[in-house]
Design a protein around this ligand. Sequence first.
Ligand SMILES: [Cu+2]
Length: 316
Amino acid sequence: MAAEAPPTAEPQHAAGPSGPNHGLRIFLIWLPLAIAADLIIWLVWRPHLPPGAMSTTASNQQFDIAVLAVVAAPIMLFVLVYFGYSLVVWRAREGDEEDGPALHGNTRIQATWITVTSVIVLALFVFGTVELYSSNGAGAGQGASPIQVPGGPKLQVQVIAQQWRFTYRYPQYGGFETTDLVLPTGTWVQFNVTSIDVIHSFWAYQLGVKADANPGVNNVAFTKINHTGQITVRCAELCGLWHGAMFDYGVALPPAGFQAWARVTERKLATVTAALPPYSLTYDPTTIAQMSKAMVAAGLTGAPGLYYPPQDVYQP
Ligand SMILES: [Cu+2]
Protein backbone atom coordinates (compact mmCIF):
# COMPACT_ATOMS: atom_id res chain seq x y z
CA MET A 1 0.00 0.00 0.00
CA ALA A 2 1.45 3.32 -1.05
CA ALA A 3 1.85 6.20 1.35
CA GLU A 4 2.97 9.80 1.09
CA ALA A 5 6.05 10.98 2.89
CA PRO A 6 5.25 13.54 5.54
CA PRO A 7 8.46 15.59 5.55
CA THR A 8 7.69 17.56 8.67
CA ALA A 9 5.94 17.40 11.96
CA GLU A 10 2.60 18.07 10.27
CA PRO A 11 0.16 15.33 11.20
CA GLN A 12 -0.90 13.42 8.10
CA HIS A 13 -3.75 10.97 7.86
CA ALA A 14 -2.27 8.58 5.35
CA ALA A 15 -4.66 5.83 6.42
CA GLY A 16 -7.75 7.97 6.02
CA PRO A 17 -9.59 10.29 8.42
CA SER A 18 -10.43 7.50 10.83
CA GLY A 19 -6.95 5.89 10.86
CA PRO A 20 -4.08 6.58 13.24
CA ASN A 21 -2.22 9.89 12.95
CA HIS A 22 0.94 8.60 11.28
CA GLY A 23 2.55 12.04 10.96
CA LEU A 24 2.24 12.68 14.69
CA ARG A 25 3.57 9.21 15.51
CA ILE A 26 6.60 9.65 13.25
CA PHE A 27 7.21 13.09 14.73
CA LEU A 28 7.08 11.74 18.29
CA ILE A 29 9.54 8.96 17.48
CA TRP A 30 11.83 11.38 15.62
CA LEU A 31 11.88 14.30 18.08
CA PRO A 32 13.63 12.64 21.08
CA LEU A 33 16.10 10.91 18.77
CA ALA A 34 16.94 14.20 17.04
CA ILE A 35 17.39 16.04 20.34
CA ALA A 36 19.58 13.26 21.75
CA ALA A 37 21.72 13.11 18.60
CA ASP A 38 22.27 16.88 18.57
CA LEU A 39 23.17 16.95 22.27
CA ILE A 40 25.65 14.11 21.80
CA ILE A 41 27.20 15.81 18.76
CA TRP A 42 27.54 19.18 20.51
CA LEU A 43 28.59 18.09 23.98
CA VAL A 44 30.48 14.84 23.42
CA TRP A 45 31.71 14.74 19.83
CA ARG A 46 32.56 18.38 19.13
CA PRO A 47 35.75 18.63 21.27
CA HIS A 48 37.17 15.60 19.43
CA LEU A 49 36.40 16.77 15.91
CA PRO A 50 39.32 17.48 13.58
CA PRO A 51 41.47 19.51 13.34
CA GLY A 52 41.29 20.17 17.11
CA ALA A 53 41.56 23.55 18.80
CA MET A 54 45.25 24.44 18.60
CA SER A 55 44.61 27.73 16.79
CA THR A 56 41.83 30.18 15.97
CA THR A 57 41.40 28.74 12.49
CA ALA A 58 41.34 25.16 13.83
CA SER A 59 38.70 26.06 16.45
CA ASN A 60 36.61 27.77 13.78
CA GLN A 61 36.70 24.69 11.59
CA GLN A 62 35.77 22.48 14.52
CA PHE A 63 32.78 24.75 15.24
CA ASP A 64 31.69 24.74 11.59
CA ILE A 65 31.83 20.95 11.32
CA ALA A 66 29.84 20.62 14.55
CA VAL A 67 27.15 23.05 13.29
CA LEU A 68 26.82 21.14 10.01
CA ALA A 69 26.53 17.86 11.91
CA VAL A 70 23.85 19.33 14.19
CA VAL A 71 21.85 20.38 11.12
CA ALA A 72 22.39 17.12 9.25
CA ALA A 73 21.69 14.63 12.06
CA PRO A 74 17.93 15.40 12.47
CA ILE A 75 17.46 15.22 8.68
CA MET A 76 19.19 11.86 8.47
CA LEU A 77 17.24 10.61 11.47
CA PHE A 78 13.96 11.70 9.89
CA VAL A 79 14.76 9.66 6.76
CA LEU A 80 15.67 6.61 8.85
CA VAL A 81 12.65 6.92 11.18
CA TYR A 82 10.27 7.36 8.26
CA PHE A 83 11.88 4.41 6.48
CA GLY A 84 11.59 2.18 9.56
CA TYR A 85 8.00 3.30 10.24
CA SER A 86 6.99 2.56 6.63
CA LEU A 87 8.55 -0.89 6.76
CA VAL A 88 6.66 -1.78 9.94
CA VAL A 89 3.29 -0.08 9.41
CA TRP A 90 2.75 0.08 5.66
CA ARG A 91 4.30 -3.16 4.45
CA ALA A 92 2.15 -5.48 2.33
CA ARG A 93 0.27 -7.97 4.49
CA GLU A 94 0.15 -11.62 3.60
CA GLY A 95 -2.52 -12.30 0.99
CA ASP A 96 -2.98 -8.61 0.26
CA GLU A 97 -2.93 -8.38 -3.55
CA GLU A 98 -4.57 -4.98 -3.70
CA ASP A 99 -2.99 -1.84 -5.10
CA GLY A 100 -2.60 1.14 -2.83
CA PRO A 101 -4.78 4.24 -3.35
CA ALA A 102 -3.71 6.62 -6.12
CA LEU A 103 -1.71 9.69 -5.13
CA HIS A 104 -3.15 13.07 -6.10
CA GLY A 105 -0.57 15.40 -4.50
CA ASN A 106 -0.73 17.17 -1.19
CA THR A 107 -0.35 20.93 -1.22
CA ARG A 108 0.48 21.18 2.45
CA ILE A 109 3.27 18.60 2.30
CA GLN A 110 4.69 20.08 -0.91
CA ALA A 111 4.67 23.65 0.43
CA THR A 112 6.18 22.57 3.74
CA TRP A 113 8.89 20.56 1.97
CA ILE A 114 9.90 23.45 -0.29
CA THR A 115 9.85 25.95 2.60
CA VAL A 116 11.85 23.80 5.03
CA THR A 117 14.54 22.78 2.51
CA SER A 118 14.85 26.37 1.20
CA VAL A 119 15.25 27.77 4.71
CA ILE A 120 17.92 25.18 5.59
CA VAL A 121 19.92 25.74 2.39
CA LEU A 122 19.72 29.56 2.58
CA ALA A 123 20.59 29.59 6.28
CA LEU A 124 23.66 27.43 5.62
CA PHE A 125 24.63 29.74 2.75
CA VAL A 126 24.54 32.75 5.09
CA PHE A 127 26.35 30.81 7.84
CA GLY A 128 29.08 29.69 5.42
CA THR A 129 29.59 33.20 4.05
CA VAL A 130 29.83 34.75 7.52
CA GLU A 131 32.23 32.04 8.70
CA LEU A 132 34.43 32.47 5.64
CA TYR A 133 34.63 36.22 6.21
CA SER A 134 34.86 36.37 10.00
CA SER A 135 37.61 33.75 10.31
CA ASN A 136 39.98 35.40 7.80
CA GLY A 137 39.38 33.06 4.88
CA ALA A 138 38.83 30.02 7.13
CA GLY A 139 42.48 28.98 6.91
CA ALA A 140 42.53 28.70 3.13
CA GLY A 141 44.18 32.06 2.52
CA GLN A 142 42.58 35.13 1.00
CA GLY A 143 44.80 35.67 -2.00
CA ALA A 144 47.27 38.52 -2.31
CA SER A 145 45.05 41.26 -0.82
CA PRO A 146 43.09 39.93 2.16
CA ILE A 147 39.62 41.36 2.73
CA GLN A 148 39.77 40.60 6.45
CA VAL A 149 42.98 41.41 8.31
CA PRO A 150 43.19 40.82 12.07
CA GLY A 151 44.36 43.80 14.14
CA GLY A 152 47.51 43.99 16.24
CA PRO A 153 51.09 42.93 15.60
CA LYS A 154 51.62 40.00 13.26
CA LEU A 155 54.51 37.62 12.78
CA GLN A 156 55.19 37.31 9.07
CA VAL A 157 56.17 33.87 7.87
CA GLN A 158 56.70 33.24 4.20
CA VAL A 159 56.01 29.67 3.12
CA ILE A 160 57.98 28.77 -0.01
CA ALA A 161 56.94 25.50 -1.61
CA GLN A 162 59.04 23.59 -4.10
CA GLN A 163 59.38 20.00 -5.25
CA TRP A 164 59.40 18.52 -2.62
CA ARG A 165 60.02 20.68 0.38
CA PHE A 166 58.65 23.64 2.28
CA THR A 167 61.00 26.35 3.47
CA TYR A 168 60.06 29.25 5.73
CA ARG A 169 61.33 32.79 5.54
CA TYR A 170 61.10 35.25 8.43
CA PRO A 171 61.31 38.80 6.99
CA GLN A 172 61.10 40.46 10.42
CA TYR A 173 64.26 38.61 11.50
CA GLY A 174 66.64 39.61 8.73
CA GLY A 175 64.85 37.46 6.14
CA PHE A 176 66.52 34.16 7.04
CA GLU A 177 65.16 31.03 5.42
CA THR A 178 64.95 27.67 7.15
CA THR A 179 63.41 24.23 6.72
CA ASP A 180 62.13 24.44 10.33
CA LEU A 181 58.68 25.87 10.95
CA VAL A 182 58.78 27.46 14.41
CA LEU A 183 55.90 29.68 15.54
CA PRO A 184 54.94 31.53 18.73
CA THR A 185 51.69 31.15 20.66
CA GLY A 186 49.40 34.11 21.35
CA THR A 187 50.41 36.24 18.33
CA TRP A 188 48.72 36.54 14.95
CA VAL A 189 50.77 34.74 12.34
CA GLN A 190 50.56 35.92 8.75
CA PHE A 191 51.53 33.20 6.28
CA ASN A 192 52.56 34.46 2.87
CA VAL A 193 52.32 31.27 0.83
CA THR A 194 54.00 30.95 -2.56
CA SER A 195 55.79 28.39 -4.73
CA ILE A 196 58.90 28.48 -6.90
CA ASP A 197 57.95 25.67 -9.27
CA VAL A 198 54.60 23.85 -9.63
CA ILE A 199 51.40 24.21 -7.62
CA HIS A 200 51.51 22.93 -4.04
CA SER A 201 49.31 23.44 -0.99
CA PHE A 202 50.58 24.32 2.47
CA TRP A 203 48.57 22.26 4.95
CA ALA A 204 49.45 22.81 8.62
CA TYR A 205 46.97 20.31 9.99
CA GLN A 206 46.74 21.25 13.69
CA LEU A 207 46.52 24.94 12.79
CA GLY A 208 43.57 24.45 10.43
CA VAL A 209 45.52 26.19 7.66
CA LYS A 210 45.43 24.78 4.14
CA ALA A 211 46.50 27.43 1.67
CA ASP A 212 47.31 27.03 -2.03
CA ALA A 213 50.95 27.61 -2.94
CA ASN A 214 51.07 28.80 -6.54
CA PRO A 215 54.13 30.07 -8.43
CA GLY A 216 54.07 33.83 -8.91
CA VAL A 217 51.22 34.23 -6.41
CA ASN A 218 51.20 35.38 -2.79
CA ASN A 219 48.38 33.73 -0.83
CA VAL A 220 47.87 35.28 2.62
CA ALA A 221 46.47 33.21 5.52
CA PHE A 222 46.14 34.24 9.17
CA THR A 223 46.00 32.21 12.36
CA LYS A 224 46.65 32.68 16.07
CA ILE A 225 47.98 29.70 18.02
CA ASN A 226 46.35 28.92 21.37
CA HIS A 227 48.82 26.46 22.87
CA THR A 228 52.25 24.91 22.28
CA GLY A 229 52.67 21.62 20.45
CA GLN A 230 53.81 19.88 17.30
CA ILE A 231 52.44 20.88 13.90
CA THR A 232 52.23 18.44 11.00
CA VAL A 233 52.86 20.07 7.63
CA ARG A 234 51.87 18.28 4.44
CA CYS A 235 51.60 19.21 0.82
CA ALA A 236 47.92 18.91 -0.09
CA GLU A 237 48.16 19.32 -3.85
CA LEU A 238 49.47 16.56 -6.13
CA CYS A 239 52.77 18.11 -7.21
CA GLY A 240 54.82 15.35 -8.80
CA LEU A 241 56.63 12.12 -8.10
CA TRP A 242 57.52 12.71 -4.44
CA HIS A 243 54.39 14.61 -3.47
CA GLY A 244 53.67 11.97 -0.81
CA ALA A 245 57.06 12.60 0.80
CA MET A 246 56.51 16.35 0.98
CA PHE A 247 55.86 16.72 4.68
CA ASP A 248 57.62 17.90 7.80
CA TYR A 249 56.91 18.87 11.37
CA GLY A 250 56.81 22.31 12.90
CA VAL A 251 56.49 23.41 16.49
CA ALA A 252 54.63 26.11 18.41
CA LEU A 253 56.64 27.61 21.29
CA PRO A 254 55.86 30.16 24.00
CA PRO A 255 56.71 33.71 22.79
CA ALA A 256 60.02 33.85 24.71
CA GLY A 257 61.13 30.48 23.32
CA PHE A 258 60.26 31.59 19.81
CA GLN A 259 62.18 34.87 20.19
CA ALA A 260 65.26 33.00 21.39
CA TRP A 261 65.06 30.56 18.48
CA ALA A 262 64.56 33.33 15.91
CA ARG A 263 67.50 35.42 17.17
CA VAL A 264 69.87 32.44 17.30
CA THR A 265 68.80 31.22 13.84
CA GLU A 266 69.10 34.69 12.35
CA ARG A 267 72.72 34.86 13.53
CA LYS A 268 73.52 31.27 12.57
CA LEU A 269 72.21 31.69 9.01
CA ALA A 270 73.54 35.21 8.36
CA THR A 271 76.01 34.08 5.67
CA VAL A 272 73.34 32.03 3.90
CA THR A 273 70.81 34.85 4.12
CA ALA A 274 73.29 37.17 2.41
CA ALA A 275 73.38 34.81 -0.58
CA LEU A 276 69.57 34.61 -0.85
CA PRO A 277 67.58 36.92 -3.11
CA PRO A 278 66.10 39.85 -1.19
CA TYR A 279 62.81 39.11 0.54
CA SER A 280 59.96 39.35 -1.90
CA LEU A 281 56.35 38.13 -1.99
CA THR A 282 57.09 35.90 -5.00
CA TYR A 283 60.32 34.56 -6.51
CA ASP A 284 61.61 33.97 -9.99
CA PRO A 285 62.50 30.26 -10.11
CA THR A 286 65.12 30.82 -12.83
CA THR A 287 67.44 32.40 -10.26
CA ILE A 288 67.53 29.22 -8.16
CA ALA A 289 70.20 27.50 -10.29
CA GLN A 290 72.52 30.52 -10.05
CA MET A 291 71.92 30.72 -6.32
CA SER A 292 72.77 27.05 -5.95
CA LYS A 293 76.05 27.56 -7.78
CA ALA A 294 76.89 30.64 -5.70
CA MET A 295 76.28 28.66 -2.53
CA VAL A 296 78.49 25.78 -3.65
CA ALA A 297 81.22 28.29 -4.61
CA ALA A 298 80.95 29.95 -1.18
CA GLY A 299 81.25 26.54 0.49
CA LEU A 300 77.79 26.84 2.06
CA THR A 301 76.44 23.61 0.63
CA GLY A 302 77.93 20.48 -0.86
CA ALA A 303 76.01 20.12 -4.09
CA PRO A 304 73.79 22.23 -6.30
CA GLY A 305 70.12 21.36 -6.64
CA LEU A 306 68.80 22.70 -3.38
CA TYR A 307 69.30 26.37 -2.71
CA TYR A 308 68.97 26.10 1.04
CA PRO A 309 71.60 24.44 3.22
CA PRO A 310 70.70 21.30 5.15
CA GLN A 311 70.01 21.97 8.83
CA ASP A 312 69.44 19.97 11.92
CA VAL A 313 65.79 19.25 12.54
CA TYR A 314 64.65 21.54 15.32
CA GLN A 315 63.99 19.71 18.59
CA PRO A 316 61.83 21.53 21.11
CU1 LIG B 1 53.80 19.72 -3.14
